[in-house]
Design a protein around this ligand. Structure first.
Ligand code: SF4
Length: 325
């Protein structure tokens, strides 16, 4: 089975079993490197309702990490002291678009404040690497060793459709849990439990491994916490579904409900779920130009997960670049 279809099926099944958690795909999962985790499962924490009230989008990390509060507005350059004026304006604009900053003018100078205090909104974060076919492992072993030594996730799991042998288990780190997942039925069987990782302490990031040489960087607890917040924000904004605007403009595209978790992009010509950005377009042999299907992806996510599509919001909307001039 193609990895993309496996991943969508797996996310659909996870969301069905854990409707109280956020399921998201393809998220940056390193501090200095380029690791991207296939799936993350984020458990809401005490401030989750406050978070959903701010915005349906991911709040940009620069805004979260800036020294800006709710009470009194701050000159925007002081909020990003190590950055250029252009960069700082871009960061302010992104934060305003996300509904997290509001701006005001004082004596012709731009001041910013938060629309709401950034809450402590998530608890556990589980990372899952998908490898439907263990006969083609690629970099699996190295990826999982990286995840365990950095310990960004509370648990790391491998999800596969393959029969898992003792030899497979011996090749991956002992802390990694293993699920066997059947994308046809959505059944998930635990082959081995995951061992909880120390997310509060420092970690070691493996950047590159070559024969006789391993490049690593230690990552402090603060940097790790920042990356967890970034990852959770991205998970909140992104989710796992294919965006409505990515559905192919092809007559052979079928809207698949897939265990009532849809709409997902399917293809009558190829059979099964398709990855539009990779598989669809004029280069595809079955491409038949047409209007893309009308789908309500946000509505499905809102219905089936704790994500809120249209928060009542406390943002006084500001729009247009004029506010920065
Ligand atoms: S472009 Fe190809 S893969 Fe995509 S829906 Fe059309 S026929 Fe299927």
């Amino acid at each position: 089975m193609r990895e993309f279809a496996f991943e969508l099926s797996f996310c659909a099944a996870l969301e069905a079993v854990h409707p109280e958690r956020l399921v998201a795909r393809q998220l940056g999962a390193s501090v200095h490197g380029k690791r991207v985790i296939d799936v993350a499962l984020v458990s809401p924490g005490p401030g989750f309702d406050e978070r959903t009230a701010i915005t349906a989008d991911a709040i940009p990390p620069a805004a979260i990490e800036a020294d800006v509060g709710v009470g009194s507005a701050r000159y925007y350059r002081d909020a990003f002291p190590d950055r250029s004026a252009g960069w700082a304006k871009g960061a302010v604009e992104a934060a305003v678009e996300a509904g997290f900053f509001e701006t005001e003018r004082r004596n012709g100078r731009l001041y910013v404040r938060q629309t709401a205090r950034y809450p402590d909104w998530f608890d556990r974060v589980v990372g899952v690497e998908n490898k439907p076919d263990l006969g083609r492992p690629g970099d699996l072993e190295l990826q999982l060793r990286r995840d365990v030594s950095l310990a960004l996730f509370d648990e790391v799991w491998l999800a596969t459709a393959s029969h898992v042998t003792g030899a497979h288990l011996n090749r991956i780190p002992a802390a990694v849990g293993v699920w066997r997942f059947d994308p046809a039925t959505g059944a998930r069987e635990t082959v081995r439990e995951a061992t909880p990782l120390d997310t509060d302490g420092p970690g070691v990031e493996v950047l590159e491994e070559r024969p006789g040489r391993t490049e690593i960087r230690t990552v402090g607890a603060d940097a790790k916490h920042r990356q967890r917040v970034r990852l959770a924000e991205r998970a909140y904004g992104k989710g796992w579904r294919v965006a409505a605007e990515s559905f192919p403009a092809c007559a052979r595209c079928e809207v698949v409900e897939h265990s009532d978790r849809g709409p997902l992009p399917g293809c009558a010509w190829k059979g099964g779920l398709v990855h539009p950005e990779v598989e669809c377009g004029p280069d595809c042999g079955g491409y038949d130009p047409s209007d893309p299907p009308e789908v309500d992806v946000s509505g499905a996510r809102d219905t089936h997960s704790p994500w809120v599509a249209d928060p009542a919001g406390r943002v006084r909307k500001q729009s247009g670049l004029d506010r920065f001039r």
